[in-house]
Design a protein around this ligand. Structure first.
Ligand SMILES: [Zn+2]
Length: 105
């Protein structure tokens, strides 16, 4: 199922991110949370997805202002469309051996 608030696929009765229960089936155009790579790999993942024609969204989890203020490394969450989700997961797994998988389950 899919949580609209968190933009993520949910494999339980309620969303572990926000606790919502009114989940729906994902549509092929819905953006789903893919992964949050180590800052070192952010650019590489962008390239891999772009090279393979996978459309993606990025969300900086701190916000740009905060990164500048604190000097924290950029942390970015990647979202891909549901129809590309399995493929994007494979691409991500093939390159990073799944070691940077950020599981929010
Ligand atoms: Zn949620």
């Amino acid at each position: 199922m899919y949580c609209e608030r968190c933009n993520r696929l949910v494999y339980r009765e309620k969303c572990p991110g926000c606790g919502r229960r009114d989940l729906r089936l994902p549509g092929s155009e819905d953006f789903c949370f893919l992964t949050e790579p180590e800052p070192l790999w952010t650019q590489a993942l962008r390239d891999i997805l772009a090279d393979n024609g996978v459309e993606f969204l990025e969300r900086n989890i701190y916000g740009v202002g905060q990164v500048k203020r604190t000097g924290l490394p950029e942390r970015v969450r990647f979202f891909v469309r549901y129809r590309d989700y399995e493929r994007a997961k494979e691409l991500n797994g093939a390159f990073f051996s799944g070691s940077f998988e950020f599981e929010m389950e």
